[in-house]
Design a binder for this molecule. Structure first.
Ligand code: CIR
Length: 265
């Protein structure tokens, strides 16, 4: 693997993942063994896409620690460590900060006390960072993003996230440069630049708008046939993964990794 290969940071699941946030009363309970198998499949898919995968050990005191996307935002050679909106998740930042501190050439910035920011609310499209204003991310979080990334020429655009939706990226993602996969009716849709290639997925399959990719291969969640058909019709090859146990904790595909892509500012 060359030094220029993209790197994906992931974090293993603690047994306490069984009590991760976001579970809905009446839904099946999380099967941690199955979640670990799904996580292993996700890591293997990232490797097939050309990523060097680095796994941090789990921490039993942090049930949601596998959702590493929320604790840092990486653009080029700069990373902003977040201050997660859920107090129970703030302890996740330290181990990720330690890991990123060892990545060559990566400059670390921090989100100030009082601000709230989850990486799941940050969607990059070209030179714009859309930032969801949600239960987890506030105006202070948007300011922290601006301070960290405006010097790289990026602008930060706040976007409302409706009640009942955890993060902006629950219903939209940009798995590869120049492509946005977005659910019908997502609040970010009207903000997207006219020139960007967009694949819209039906409202009933909104969960499937959250994708990860490289080149012309996309990782998508299993169980969303219309989304799969639309992406294949656009020429993408799909890696279809069962992520049922993460969905029970309000998590999806992007949440499970922090990607650093050399050459992608
Ligand atoms: C939480 O509620 O914080 C976790 N159970 C799920 C976080 C999902 N992260 C993401 O969408 N970026």
């Amino acid at each position: 693997m060359s030094a220029a290969a993209p790197t994906a940071l992931v974090r293993e699941l603690p047994d306490s993942f069984a009590v991760a946030l976001g579970q809905v009363e009446g839904a099946p309970s999380i099967d941690v063994g199955r979640a670990r198998a799904q996580h292993a499949a996700y890591r293997a898919a990232l490797q097939r896409l050309g990523h060097r995968v680095v796994a941090l050990p789990a921490d039993e005191a942090l049930p949601d620690c596998c959702f590493v996307e929320d604790v840092a935002i990486i653009v080029g050679d700069r990373a902003l460590l977040t201050r997660p909106g859920a107090a129970s998740r703030r302890g996740e930042v330290a181990a990720v900060a330690d890991a990123l501190a060892g990545w060559p050439g990566l400059e670390l910035h921090v989100t100030p006390e009082g601000a709230r920011l989850d990486g799941g609310d940050v969607l990059r499209v070209g030179d714009v960072l859309f930032v969801g204003q949600s239960r987890r991310t506030d105006a202070g979080g948007a300011d922290a993003l601006r301070r960290a990334f405006a010097p790289l020429g990026l602008s930060v655009v706040p976007v409302p996230v409706p009640e009942g939706v955890l993060h902006l990226k629950c219903h939209a993602s940009s798995p590869v440069d120049g492509l946005v996969v977005v659910a019908e009716g997502a609040t970010v849709a009207p903000y997207l630049p006219a020139g960007v290639r967009r694949v819209t997925v039906p409202q009933a399959e909104a969960y499937a708008a959250n994708t990860v990719g490289a080149g012309d291969v996309l990782i998508v969640a299993a169980g969303f046939p219309e989304t799969a058909a639309r992406l294949r019709a656009e020429g993408f090859t799909l890696e279809v993964l069962d992520v049922s146990e993460f969905a029970l904790a309000d998590g999806s595909l992007t949440c499970l990794s922090l990607l650093r892509r050399p050459g992608r500012l």
